[in-house]
Design a protein around this ligand. Structure first.
Ligand SMILES: Nc1ncnc2c1ncn2[C@@H]1O[C@H](COP(=O)(O)OP(=O)(O)O)[C@@H](O)[C@H]1O
Ligand SMILES: [Mg+2]
Length: 285
């Protein structure tokens, strides 16, 4: 069975929209169980189309997509949604029930789970995303960040093994962004496989195991954040910048000729590199 060791396996995936737009071209990708993977790309690079394909929503693609070893084209929507949940970029496209409780309960009720168990799951999921106590609130009156977390609760209550998240931090303020990433990280550590589309390069190195760069529907690079960000020229070509910390150290190294051995991606690493390079300078090199 191809790809049974992977949560998701994509081989030679291409997709063209009916109007002729080639959105994805020849994508090979594998997502392992328990990973936290990022899809990084500028607007229009194909992130949403790729996530939707992983959720079985795109028909008529070329190539192969396997979910836990099963050809996704042979799976019924119910079978896909048992394992995988997609969090839309805009929560208003996802939330629809009158109250928060009803919204989060909708998925598991639809899966045929009995009402007592659904109630337990809803309360648990709301607690996970820090929305406990707001069960009776109308979803329209939630803040943008709360709506985003409500969408995640709805999927958690269904007990998904994998979440696909479309720009989960877009539109949040800096603290909201950080809290969202911390929440996703916690869920990932509890065992949920995460695939997240984003163009937010500064957050990526702090949280993701691996990332893939999407550019005009193609994957141009993939690997750990260190591997991907060590080629700044490539980043410019695909309209993304380096994480700010990396950009600073890169310039100090290349324009001011400071003796950095490597390009750090986080403040902690940068601090160590700076101290080390200062020591190298003062000891007369
Ligand atoms: N429904 C659609 N019909 C035609 N073209 C589309 C449609 N949705 C997206 N596209 C095009 O497909 C490409 C990839 O879009 P998308 O997957 O939304 O990228 P991203 O999520 O990275 O911004 C873009 O060129 C976009 O214009
Ligand atoms: Mg998108």
């Amino acid at each position: 069975m191809p790809g049974k060791d992977f949560m998701l396996l994509l081989k030679g995936l291409s997709y063209k929209y009916p109007d002729g737009t080639q959105a994805l071209s020849d994508i090979d990708l594998e997502i392992r169980r328990g990973e936290f993977v990022g899809l990084l790309g500028a607007n229009g690079s194909g992130k949403t189309t790729l996530l939707r394909t992983m959720d079985g929503l795109m028909k008529g693609f070329e190539g192969e997509v396997y979910l836990k070893g099963e050809d996704i084209r042979t799976l019924k929507p119910k079978e896909i949604y048992r394992d995988v949940g997609l969090v839309f970029q805009n929560p208003d496209d996802q939330l629809f029930a009158p109250t928060l409780f009803e919204d989060v309960a909708f998925g598991p009720l639809n899966m045929g789970i009995d009402t007592e168990e659904v109630k337990r799951r809803v309360m648990e999921a709301l607690k996970e995303v820090e929305l406990a106590g707001l069960e009776k609130k109308s979803v329209h009156n939630l803040s943008f960040g709360q709506k985003k977390r409500a969408c995640i609760a709805g999927l958690l209550a269904m007990g998904h093994e994998m979440l696909l998240l479309d720009e989960p931090t877009a539109g949040l303020d800096p603290m909201g962004e950080y809290r969202m990433m911390k929440l996703l990280q916690r869920l990932n550590r509890e065992g949920v496989t995460m695939v997240m589309a984003t163009h937010s390069v500064d957050l990526v190195p702090l949280f993701l195991d691996r990332l893939f760069i999407l550019s005009r529907g193609r994957i141009t690079r993939g690997g750990t954040p260190e591997e991907v960000f060590n080629a700044p020229q490539d980043m410019e070509n695909i309209k993304l910048r380096l994480p700010q910390i990396a950009e600073l150290i890169y310039r100090l190294k290349h324009e001011d000729e400071l003796p950095f051995e490597r390009i750090p991606l986080t403040i902690g690493e940068a601090r160590r590199e700076i101290v080390r390079s200062l020591e190298a300078l003062t000891s007369g090199r």
